[in-house]
Design a protein around this ligand. Structure first.
Ligand code: GAR
Length: 177
C-alpha cells in the first residue's frame, strides 16, 4: 500500500478521480483554503483533512503533516511549493495543470487558451520544481478548443482528461518510488 497525500483548494474533482483509483491509499488531504469544495469530498471519503492557509512557517507546518507519505499530488493547489517541503519530497510531488505545458502556465490556463485563440489545449501532469508549472512532464492529454467554447466549457472538457490521466501518472510514479 502506498501512502498518498493530496493538496488542493478547488472543487475536488481530481481528488475524486484519484480516490476512485487509489481508495484508502489516499491518507491525507491538505487544504490551503478552509471553504473549498474539496473539503466536502474528503470528508465524504473519510480522508483525514488538515487546513494550512498561510503564515511564515507554512511549508514547515505542511511538511510536518507528511511523515510517512510516499507521494504528494497537487490538485488545484494554487501556491508555489517552497522549501523545506520541496527538497524533502524532491521527485515525489506531482501537479495537474490544465494546459499543454509549457503553454499557459499559471492561473486559469483555460481562459488563457481561449483568449489566445488556441485551436487545442489539454492538461499536463508534471513533477513540481521551484518554478511555476515548469517541472518534468509525466503525461499530457490534448483536447480541441471548439467554436463557441467558453472558458467554462473548455475547462470541463479538459477536466475529463485530467481525471483520466492523473491516476495513470500517479500509478506510473508509484512504480518508480
Ligand atoms: C484543475 O483543473 C487543475 O488542473 C487546476 O485547478 C483545477 C482544480 O480542479 N490547477 C491549476 O490551475 C494549477 N495551476 P479540482 O479541484 O476539481 O480538481
Amino acid at each position: 500500500m502506498a501512502r498518498i497525500a493530496v493538496m488542493g483548494s478547488g472543487a475536488g474533482t481530481n481528488l475524486e478521480a484519484l480516490y476512485e483509483e487509489f481508495g484508502e491509499e489516499i491518507v491525507l488531504v491538505v487544504l490551503d483554503q478552509a471553504e473549498a469544495g474539496i473539503l466536502k469530498k474528503a470528508e465524504r471519503f473519510g480522508i483525514k483533512v488538515v487546513v494550512e492557509e498561510g503564515g511564515e512557517d507554512l511549508w514547515e507546518r505542511i511538511l510536518g503533516h507528511l511523515d510517512g507519505i510516499d507521494l504528494v499530488c497537487l490538485a488545484g493547489f494554487m501556491k508555489l511549493v517552497k522549501e523545506p517541503l520541496l527538497g524533502a519530497f524532491e521527485g515525489r510531488i506531482l501537479n495537474i495543470h490544465p494546459s499543454l505545458l509549457p503553454k499557459y502556465p499559471g492561473k486559469e490556463a483555460w481562459v488563457q487558451a481561449i483568449e489566445d485563440g488556441a485551436e487545442e489545449s489539454g492538461c499536463t501532469v508534471h513533477f513540481v520544481d521551484a518554478g511555476m508549472d515548469t517541472g518534468e512532464v509525466v503525461l499530457q492529454a490534448r483536447v480541441p478548443v471548439l467554436a463557441g467554447d467558453t472558458p467554462e466549457t473548455l475547462h470541463a472538457r479538459i477536466q475529463v482528461e485530467e481525471h483520466r490521466i492523473y491516476p495513470l501518472a500517479v500509478r506510473r510514479c508509484l512504480s518508480r518510488i
